[in-house]
Design a protein around this ligand. Sequence first.
Ligand SMILES: [Zn+2]
Length: 151
Amino acid sequence: MTTQNPAWRQPLPEFRDPPPAKEHAVTCVECGSPMRLRYSDQYARHFYGCSRYPVCEGIHGAHPDGAPLGVPGDKETRQARREAHAAFDDLWRSGDVGVNRGQAYALMNRELGFQHIGELTKEQCEQVCEWVRDCYRFLDQPPREEIDDDH
Ligand SMILES: [Zn+2]
């Protein structure tokens, strides 16, 4: 045997094995194929990816235990969720309102009764966007994109 340092065989310290998770039956909203539970090292979280990937790029979020995040929606619903999420993220990321992510979720939950944007309907997503606008209105300050002259 060589005297090579066995440390090179060890995973990098920051690497974590995916936590155990159970795959649920999830149907791809894009093409109707079954989805497989996968793990993203980059985001350190589970998600569902279409079994036809890369032909189909349908994805759906998952809880750490593998349960699908909310209810898979149709294309319109998912677009609305993306918009609601973007508005919501901007709310706490901008720092304008003075809340962090956890506080923003707590506020949304208190004001609207929502916990996960991933399980909202299109109409509820519109409520989130409206609520975010109200938060800025309260500050007498429009959301950033509306200050943009290009609009
Ligand atoms: Zn698919």
